[in-house]
Design a protein around this ligand. Structure first.
Ligand code: SF4
Length: 379
């Protein structure tokens, strides 16, 4: 059996010597000069309100800028202050987050807003430890917020920055193997006089020049210093850890209709993936089980009711970070029994016209659209 080669200590030691020889003051100057002329114009750029900066930082985790901008603007109209967010109910918050994915971010924003109101009199804290104690805020997000809002000299290490630093220094192993060391590089490089601009600049460099594929090195202010560019290895770095293909979970899903034409939906438990969101009931198809048998079993176990399965509605493939799902969605008719939320927070019978009032995960939105298309075709 082959084993992954462990990172060579000597290679890493040589890398450390190499990056420590970089001309930090010159790198800072050239990056800040580039930023002055080429930095992006973004709605949260120049913002000093830590609440607004915090919202942008959380939305930008795992989501692209162009997707975030309209959500950011709508969010601030709906929740203009930390107090207004703290006072909203969770369903309203999740509805505003609907479509952005990684819903724990929305739930954590809500909880953190309540914490800020209870523990900090509604003022976003300025101490790093206090910021790190808020739900959903790790070291890079805290550094991003505190440097942007208060010009505090705190480094960041998001995905873009990791890539830029791995190339600038020609990191000989995948970044995730040496995160501590990369933090040291980011801290050494940070401009202590202008941390706000420096952090914004390095994020912009990663997002617009040092791109994941085909970095445009000819436009890069660090081209002269970059070890990856000097070795023509900018397209091979950062090194990647080979990852196994994502497992696929096959799920049977029921759209259960009653005699009044209403549809049964349930709200997921608070903890875990997509916690607090609404969905159509169903569950994992066991080995050797048919989709129909799975749906009947799941509905009995989850809701304690009997249903009849009518016809296939839609098949949906969706990828999450660590697995994929294949949803086999069937139209069903309610039979007997009083539905009980045995594995969910609550259940509702709703009209199709009402369904937009409830926050659903992205994959379920396709089911709703299929139901709308079907209703329109039957009119
Ligand atoms: S020279 Fe190329 S690889 Fe190096 S930091 Fe600039 S864009 Fe990235």
């Amino acid at each position: 059996m082959s084993r992954a080669t462990p990172p060579l200590k000597t290679e890493l030691a040589a890398w450390q010597v190499q990056w420590q020889q970089l001309d930090w003051p010159q790198l800072r100057r050239s990056l800040l000069n580039w930023y002055q002329h080429q930095g992006r114009s973004l709605p949260w750029r120049g913002e000093t309100d830590p609440y607004k900066i915090w919202i942008s930082e959380i939305m930008l985790q795992q989501t692209q800028v162009k997707t975030v901008i309209p959500y950011y603007q709508r969010w601030l109209e709906q929740f203009p202050t930390v107090q207004s967010l703290a006072q909203a109910d969770q369903q309203t918050v999740l509805k505003a987050w609907e479509g952005l994915g990684y819903y724990a971010r929305g739930r954590n924003l809500h909880k953190a807003a309540q914490q800020i109101c209870q523990q900090h009199q509604g003022e976003f804290p300025r101490q790093l430890e206090q910021v790190l104690a808020l739900p959903g805020i790790g070291r890079t997000t805290a550094g991003g917020i505190l440097s942007a809002a208060f010009n505090q000299p705190l480094a960041i290490l998001d995905g873009n920055v990791k890539r830029v630093l791995a190339r600038l220094t020609a990191l000989p192993v995948p970044p995730k193997q040496v995160i501590k060391m990369l933090w040291a590089v980011s801290e050494a490089l940070l401009d202590p006089q202008q941390p706000h601009d420096f952090n914004q600049a390095i994020m912009d460099l990663g997002a617009t020049v040092c791109l994941p594929k085909q970095p445009t090195c000819l436009l890069c202010p660090w081209q002269q210093a970059c070890y990856a560019y000097a070795d023509h290895r900018q397209n091979q770095l950062p090194m990647r850890t080979p990852s196994a293909p994502l497992p696929v979970k096959k799920i049977g899903v029921a759209v259960i209709r009653n005699a009044a034409g209403q549809i049964l939906i349930d709200r997921r438990l608070e903890e875990g993936l997509l916690g607090g969101l609404w969905e159509f009931p169903g569950g994992k198809i066991e080995p050797g089980e048919t989709v129909e048998a799975c749906i009947e079993r799941e509905i009995r176990e989850e809701l304690d009711i009997a249903i009849a399965i009518d016809e296939h509605l839609i098949t949906i493939d969706h990828a999450y970070t660590h697995f994929k799902v294949n949803l086999q969605v069937y139209l069903c008719t309610y039979g007997s029994g009083e539905p009980k939320p045995l594995e969910s927070q609550e259940i509702r019978w709703v009209d199709l016209d009402q369904i937009d009032e409830f926050p659903f995960p992205k994959a379920n939105q396709q089911i709703i659209q299929a139901l709308r298309d079907r209703a329109a075709a039957n009119r």
